[in-house]
Ligand binder design. Structure first.
Ligand code: NAG
Ligand code: NAG
Length: 427
């Protein structure tokens, strides 16, 4: 009887093991960080400064921690893959305590590496990956086979991701990650004026171009943009969502844009509980066009009812429901506004100015609404004309909220908002 029970316990245990093995496929057992983070990503908006300890420590931590993390560095986006590797290797090893930093040697000049058994084996030893910047289309061309299928190295990367190896990236290394349409380039005004194209045109370098096959597909349901407020990319993100949300398989009504030296840390990706937390210097802009109406009778692009959130340090969002939890360091601005009126601008998509302490124009105008006692809406116009577009932003009582960590001045305050309404149309 006793022997029988022990046998039962043993076989039950073995059965559980084989179930978890089946769940985690042929890649082996989950890494220890999987228990805490599930599938994780650290999506940096570019301009990552090497002294950004919060972001680098997050990457190393989600790769297993100091003295344990083995980071596979991928510079397929770069025009100088070897130099870029050396830069990141030194930072991860010598500044942030990774155990190893290994070059995953695949780039446009070495695409055959994507099917190389030795590189697949190297990928399988890593506990995290970092994709450097450059041009995100180069990443796609390096990792996707010419028949459209995933290369063996990409398959191995996905196995590691499913086991808890963090996928981190900066700039193009972030922009290449969506399952949805992938932004390739373009400027906000041109995007509003001419719309989104699936192929680049050498005579119109500022056109909004996207990859209709999507990115590497490590994150579902969002278009991903970078260098966001610093390059005034709100117009191009909103236009791309409006133009492509209906595309079969790759369309989505939601997107986000990560600012420079800032990251969205995603945990439990691929589950209902998928969360994003903002760390670093600036913010992450979220746009949702699911309730937006494009006026098809208008001569130029015209949209109303776009919902936008801007989250800053310590704020969290459930990426499934879009429920937002502001950082406990922030307080609601309602009833505590510092000004009577909101601001306006005649160059709404003007980003980084020569004064690094000044908020980019869109952020400056948008956050001012929540710091104004008397106004409920304001606007910014495009600098470019024919047509000049006007972006009207509104704070709707009972729906929109502004939260702030006061730092002494309007420009140094760390301000977030949710459910701001945006309308864009010819002025
Ligand atoms: C990080 O480096 C940048 C550029 O060198 C510098 O401007 C900034 O003050 C540094 N930040 C910290 C927190 O040391
Ligand atoms: C590919 O090789 C060419 C010619 O040697 C070189 O100019 C170019 O920079 C290389 N590109 C990459 C991505 O390494």
């Amino acid at each position: 009887m006793v022997i029988r029970t022990i046998f039962d316990i043993l076989s039950f245990f073995l059965c559980c093991l084989s179930i978890s093995k089946a769940v985690f496929l042929n890649g082996g057992f989950p890494l220890h960080q999987y228990t805490q983070y599930g599938r994780g990503l650290v999506l940096v908006g570019g301009g990552l400064e090497e002294n950004n300890t919060e972001i680098y420590n997050a990457i190393v931590d989600m790769a297993g921690g100091k003295g344990k993390a083995k980071i596979g560095i991928i510079n397929a986006a770069s025009s100088d893959p070897v130099g870029a590797f050396q830069y990141y290797r030194d930072i991860f090893l010598h500044r942030y305590g990774a155990l190893e930093a290994n070059r995953i040697a695949i780039d446009l000049n070495h695409t055959s590496g994507n099917s190389d058994a030795a590189i697949v084996a190297l990928v399988r030893q890593q506990t995290g990956f970092f994709f450097g910047g450059g041009d995100q289309q180069r990443v796609i061309e390096s990792f996707i086979l010419s028949n459209g299928k995933e290369s063996p190295v990409l398959v191995a990367l996905r196995e590691r991701f499913n086991l808890g190896a963090v996928i981190a990236g900066s700039s193009a290394g972030t922009a290449c990650q969506p399952a949805s349409v992938m932004i390739r380039g373009g400027v906000s005004w041109d995007a509003l004026r001419y719309g989104a194209y699936s192929k680049p045109s050498s005579s119109h370098p500022d056109d909004l171009v996207y990859n209709p096959n999507g990115g590497l597909a490590f994150l579902d349901n969002y278009v991903i943009d970078t260098h966001f407020s610093q390059r005034g990319r709100e117009g191009r993100l909103i236009r791309l969502l409006c133009d492509t949300h209906d595309l079969h398989g790759v369309g989505t009504s939601r997107g986000f844009g990560v600012d420079e030296n800032t990251a969205l840390v995603v945990t439990h990706a691929g589950t209902d509980n998928v969360k994003g937390k903002v760390i670093g210097q600036h913010g992450v802009f979220f746009a949702d066009v699911s309730k937006a109406v494009v006026d098809s009778r208008s001569h130029y692009f015209s949209v109303n009812g776009v919902r936008a959130h801007f989250l800053t340090h310590g704020d969290e969002i459930n990426l499934n429901t879009m429920d937002i939890t502001f950082s406990s360091a922030k307080t609601s601005m309602r009833g505590h506004e510092n000004y009577d009126h909101a601001l306006t601008t005649d160059d709404i998509f003007y980003g980084k100015s020569s004064n690094p302490n000044r908020k980019p124009e869109f952020t400056r105008v948008a956050t001012s609404i929540f710091d104004a006692r008397l106004d409920r809406s304001t606007f910014g116009d495009t600098y470019e004309s024919r047509p000049r577009f006007r972006v009207t932003m509104s704070r709707v009582d009972g729906e929109s909220e502004g939260w702030v960590e006061r730092k002494g001045t309007f420009h140094s305050d760390i301000t977030s908002y949710k459910n701001m309404h945006i309308e864009i149309k010819e002025k």
